[in-house]
Design a binder for this molecule. Structure first.
Ligand code: SAM
Length: 266
């Protein structure tokens, strides 16, 4: 994560919440939580961001239930705290969870695992904090080869900004190969893990919003700043190259699939 002030982190997280969450992240909690969460559960969401999954989970819990969200980025947590002050939000890293062994009935995580420095350690940590009989559900995006909209955008940013942005954009899709994902689960001692590929859609109101979601919602975290000319060029190229995904009203929609890992602890 680039070295930004808390104000800059929070501003970026606000853009993430406004531009990226409705377009990319809001539809997944139903598929992730479906049939896995019970009303009295103690639940942990790892790499919770602004809390879209944590908040959806908390809505399904009763008085006995409890939800906590952890993220390394204090800007994300500041936005989450304003959205749902009753949830326990903690700053920390997935590789070293600040909870005792066997603290939770269910641990969930959506679209964070790809970014963890030590993915095996993080998965072992998620297991450690689960009680016996506990459930682990982790979602990662499919590979870029299977998500045409972002494959095209990655190339466009590469041309407009440079190779470093193209490389960074590949990162969120880096666990898309199911065989590699199975091998990661195996190496992390998640031997009974099942992986389901689920279909979803990216939906933006227009191409400009889609580009601004990247430019304002996460590029600053990676240290990328685009000038107005680069933004206009990315919008112009995307309007032409994503034409097949643009409806008459200007809205953009393209398939975005994810792999969901599910396992229980004995
Ligand atoms: C793409 S966002 C997903 C956030 C959220 N789960 C959602 O669906 O909106 C990835 C998140 O992972 C967090 N993250 C990355 N590495 C982390 C780590 N090692 N420990 C905790 N959080 C991490 C980032 O700060 C970011 O909020």
């Amino acid at each position: 994560m680039a070295d930004l002030s808390i104000q800059e982190l929070e501003r970026t997280a606000q853009s993430y919440q406004k531009l990226m969450v409705p377009a990319l992240f809001k539809e997944w909690p139903d598929q992730i939580l479906e049939a896995k969460i019970k009303p009295g559960d103690k639940l942990l969401d790892v790499a919770c961001g602004t809390g879209v999954l944590t908040i959806a989970a908390e809505d399904r819990l009763d008085q006995k239930g409890f939800a906590a969200g952890l993220d390394m980025n204090p800007g994300m947590l500041a936005v989450a705290e304003k959205l749902a002050p009753d949830i326990e939000w903690r700053q920390g890293v997935a590789e070293d969870l600040p909870w005792d062994d066997e603290s939770f009935d269910i641990v969930v995580s959506q679209f964070g695992l790809m970014f963890f420095e030590d993915q095996q350690k993080a998965l072992r940590e998620m297991f450690r904090v689960l009680k016996s009989g506990g459930r682990l559900v982790v979602a990662v995006f499919n590979s870029l080869e299977n998500i045409r909209g972002y494959k095209i955008m990655t190339r466009i940013y590469g041309q407009v900004v440079g190779e470093e942005v193209e490389q960074a954009l590949r990162f969120p899709f880096s666990l898309g190969d199911v065989d590699e994902l199975k091998s990661l689960c195996f190496k992390s001692d998640l031997t009974g893990a099942k992986i389901n590929t689920c279909e979803g859609n990216a939906k933006f109101p227009d191409i400009r919003t889609m580009v601004l979601a990247d430019v304002k919602g996460w590029f600053p975290l990676a240290g990328f700043v685009l000038d107005d000319h680069q933004i206009e060029e990315a919008v112009r190229m995307a309007e032409s190259e994503l034409k097949g995904f643009i409806a008459e009203d200007g809205s953009v929609e393209f398939p975005l699939s994810a792999h969901i890992i599910y396992t229980t602890i004995k």
